[in-house]
Design a protein around this ligand. Structure first.
Ligand SMILES: [Fe+2]
Length: 431
């Protein structure tokens, strides 16, 4: 009996290994295809205006490009706070008409995007301006692309579905996080299942973006922390990606350096305009880096934690990030050490500057940053019974989309989920 069950276990393990081997083969082939795509597909970049007059300069550009009626996409909170006024006042002074749509919700659904599209078309707008965070910018991308192609947003889901250019699109990010103004992707949630649907198309990249620190200074400290760690995660995952190159390295390292230096400052003092501006540029650079190099397991698992337990995207990344740095520590030792040197965490030649020591030092610095900016590792309602589906979906996202340095078996992903749950339970017990 014992021998029989040992044989069954051995067979299962053998099957699991075979399954993982075929998963690895598919994932690595897809990663190579993604690399070719990133080299062949043109990745347009928005013109970037930076500083306290950036919004005015962006408006001047819209006017010079011939915009006669601007469709301003935002959300109700920002509109109530009067954030779009900085732009609408300037447009009024220059006799440019506009129409404000503030119906964008977090994780916008097709219903929300369709409503925005109808309003833009009915109002006769000929330019789209997003003023908001990642959800607003993603929705604006879909509205501009659907209006330019005279189609429904749903028809744009998938790869390169747009045949014509978008209506001219401009962005003013109000958070320093997603870098969505620089990327070729937009996410819309299904109205019924709330499953995320992704459109990928270079035609959705904005013509210009304004990084204005005054627009970002009202962001509360906890959102500043969550979105700032999202930037760091974009930078680190793009840096560790097998598909990283010289260009993505430049942007990823610049973004990582800025976050390590300025996030603690802006977390403590949200009115520090220099730090706000540096974080805004870092978010943009992070977007450019992952647009080409891709992301990894931090985002794959964080997306699932967000979907299952309604955790903000940046916070979910912050919770997962240390575990994936530990996972990649061995395979990415040289790369992590190179990043530590590049961003000046430790100078070459100093004591304790072997690759291994530098990689460890970088990971420790990231952990310390998470503490400094008060990241709460609690995931409310985490259930072990969800782990199978979370692990499966995360593994699929990685194999479909990313080029990671270390691939995990489902059991390893579940081990990480268990560690997150344990840390969360311990935190809940002591608070
Ligand atoms: Fe992200």
């Amino acid at each position: 009996m014992l021998v029989q069950s040992q044989n069954s276990i051995a067979k299962l393990m053998h099957n699991d290994t075979l399954h993982h081997a075929s998963y690895l083969a598919v994932a690595k082939t897809r990663a190579k295809i993604l690399k070719v795509f990133s080299l062949v597909i043109p990745m347009p970049r928005p013109l970037l205006f930076v500083g306290e007059s950036a919004c005015d300069e962006l408006c001047d550009m819209m006017i010079n490009e011939g915009a006669s009626k601007v469709f301003i996409v935002t959300d109700a909170v920002l509109n109530k706070l009067g954030v779009p006024a900085k732009v609408t006042d300037y447009l009024e002074q220059n006799n440019i008409s506009y129409h404000v749509y503030d119906g964008i919700t977090p994780d916008p659904t097709f219903e929300v995007v369709n409503e925005g599209l109808s309003e833009s078309v009915n109002a006769g707008c000929d330019a789209v301006l997003a003023i908001g965070g990642g959800s607003v910018i993603d929705a604006a991308k879909m509205i501009a692309m659907a209006q330019g192609n005279n189609c429904q947003p749903k028809q744009l889901i998938g790869l390169f579905k747009a045949k014509k250019p978008s209506v001219p699109l401009y962005c003013i990010p109000t958070t320093a996080g997603t870098g969505s103004e620089a990327t070729i992707g937009a996410v819309v949630s299904d109205d019924n299942t709330h499953q995320k649907k992704i459109a990928i198309d270079p035609k959705m990249v904005s013509l210009a973006a304004a990084i204005d620190p005054n627009i970002m200074k009202g962001m509360p400290a906890h959102i500043t922390a969550d979105t700032g760690i999202d930037v760091l995660t974009h930078a680190l995952e793009a840096w560790m990606s097998v598909n990283a190159g010289a260009e993505t390295d430049y942007y990823a390292a610049s973004a990582a350096k800025a976050v390590m230096e300025y996030l603690p400052t802006v977390y403590k003092n949200g009115d520090d305009l220099k730090a706000r501006q540096e974080m805004g540029v870092a978010a943009h650079y992070g977007g450019i880096a992952f647009n080409k190099a891709g992301l990894g397991y931090v985002h794959a698992i964080a997306h699932q934690l967000g979907a299952h337990y309604s955790i903000p995207h940046g916070r979910a990344n912050a919770i997962v990030l240390p575990y994936i740095l530990d996972l990649n520590r061995k395979a990415s030792e040289k790369r992590l050490a190179a990043l530590a040197r590049k961003i000046g965490l430790v100078k070459t030649g100093q004591a304790g500057s072997s690759d291994g020591e530098l990689a460890d030092h970088l990971i420790t610095q990231v952990r310390e940053l998470l503490e400094t900016v008060g990241i709460d590792p609690t995931v409310k309602g985490m259930q072990q019974s969800d782990f199978d589906s979370i692990a499966k979906a995360a593994a699929k996202e990685v194999s479909d989309t990313y080029a990671v340095p270390t691939y995990m078996q489902a059991s390893q992903i579940k081990d990480i989920l268990m560690k997150i749950k344990t840390a969360s339970d311990e935190r809940a017990a002591t608070s």
